[in-house]
Design a binder for this molecule. Structure first.
Ligand code: PXG
Length: 289
């Protein structure tokens, strides 16, 4: 495996970051998870735009500009030889001292890994998944806006620990007011009388690249799409539900907190959007070779 690290390609064993890097000491940094489909990088500009947005929000000066970073990602993908894969792009605050202040971190680090990922068993995509509402609430926008894809994922880790104590595959997260935000590492959608609905990001959700793609594909297919405030009751009485994410792609949700969603089978609009997403992903992207 050839890993991009601050301008060099190195082996996994040589891909080393300082223990004084504030990405490690404080979770001070940002990341992206990106897919390669059929020899092309999916939605690369959208991932980069989100990364630079997060960098701006946390005042992190990414050492490469958009085009330079894009070239580094394409080259990492090319060297991996993967026609289908999952990439992780990380920008850390860099090496500082033991104090928190980023002013002591003059040089942010960038690393890029090209590998593979599979986060849910295959049967979930055919028969749907079971999720549970977790008691850990999504971070407050006013504390750490979930739109920043930061290296601080303890909120999501705590939620995952709750799911691990159940037989569910994912967790549904509410905000401090009790409204639905998203799943732990995926965006949440429901279908209500033919309308495809997802919470606005202002409820406390990441502006997912897959979320945006699926909303576009749904509109093109003629389904009304709405960003709407969602309560747990709305979820329980929905006709269909599904989640979206780069790693998860689109996965049907058929049980929430022991309630069957619709008839308990993946719904027709979900199944249609899954097919449309896979067809679209196979033929759109930044070519690697
Ligand atoms: N919400 C959150 C909180 C995420 O971290 C998504 C939604 C989906 O966004 P995209 O842009 O990928 O459609 C994410 C991103 C994992 C894993 O192990 C998944 C993500 C991040 C880190 C790890 O499944 N998903």
């Amino acid at each position: 495996m050839e890993i991009y690290l601050d301008g060099q390609f190195v082996s996994e064993d040589d891909a080393k970051i300082s223990i004084f890097d504030h990405g490690l000491l404080y979770g001070d940094g940002i990341f992206e998870g990106i897919r390669i489909y059929n020899g092309a990088i999916f939605k690369l500009d959208e991932h980069l735009d989100r990364l630079y947005g997060g960098a701006k929000a946390i005042m992190l000066a990414v050492p490469l500009d958009h085009d330079e970073l894009k070239a580094a990602i394409v080259e990492t993908a090319r060297r991996s030889g993967l026609a289908d894969g999952y990439m992780r792009l990380v920008v850390t605050r860099g090496k500082g001292d033991l104090g928190l202040n980023p002013i002591k971190c003059p040089k942010p680090s960038i690393f890029i890994i090209a590998s593979t990922i599979s986060i849910y068993p295959e049967e979930v995509y055919r028969h749907g998944m079971k999720i549970v509402t977790v008691s850990t609430r999504r971070n407050l926008l006013e504390a750490l806006n979930p739109r920043v894809k930061s290296l601080n994922y303890l909120n999501n880790v705590l939620a995952t620990l709750e799911v691990n104590r159940t037989d569910a595959q994912e967790g549904l997260m509410l905000n401090a007011d009790g409204y639905v935000t998203e799943c732990i590492v995926d965006n949440f959608f429901l279908v209500d009388a033919g309308t495809v609905v997802t919470p606005p990001t202002s409820m406390g959700a990441l502006k997912g690249v897959t979320r945006d793609t699926v909303m576009d594909l749904a509109r093109e297919a003629g389904y009304p799409v709405e960003e709407r405030i969602i309560t747990l009751h709305d979820v329980y009485v929905a006709d269909e539900a599904f989640l979206t994410g780069t790693a998860a792609e689109i996965a049907p949700i058929t049980i929430v907190d022991e309630r069957h969603i619709g008839n308990g089978e993946p719904g027709p609009i979900t199944t249609d959007l899954m097919a449309k997403f896979h067809a679209y992903a196979q033929t759109n992207g930044t070519p690697v070779g």
